[in-house]
Design a protein around this ligand. Structure first.
Ligand code: FES
Length: 116
């Protein structure tokens, strides 16, 4: 099983292929935001990779980050845990002023992943 480390939190093992946003929330127990419900629209699920950044991207992730001229982060809703990863959770509910993290992302990547 892949190992996930969120900086400042204990390393956890996660189900292979699990969406990173869900692994951060459910396995690492870190309050990552996902305002659009994991649909590659809001960018609030962004993380910085310290190690193990995936080489593959969904087309939706590339598109939304480019459209907003955002670099240096990845969208955890568009990534599967298929290898060991270490990330920094830079967009959390704590301190955000939001009432909740957002709608629950589905188990599979949405919109359906088109890998690039
Ligand atoms: S872009 Fe909105 S939750 Fe990932």
């Amino acid at each position: 099983m892949p190992k996930l480390t969120v900086e400042g939190f204990p390393t956890v093992e996660v189900e292979a292929g699990k969406r990173l946003v869900l692994a951060i929330e459910q396995d690492a127990h870190v309050d990552v935001l996902h305002a659009c419900g994991g649909n590659a629209r809001c960018t609030t699920c962004r993380v910085e990779f310290i190690d193990g950044e995936p080489t593959k991207w969904t087309a939706a992730e590339r598109q939304v980050l480019a459209a907003r001229s955002i670099s240096g982060v990845r969208l955890s809703c568009q990534i599967q845990c298929d290898h060991d990863m270490t990330v920094r959770a830079v967009s959390r509910l704590a301190g955000s002023g939001r009432p909740d993290p957002g709608g629950a992302p589905l188990p599979d990547i949405t919109p359906p992943a088109v890998w690039t």
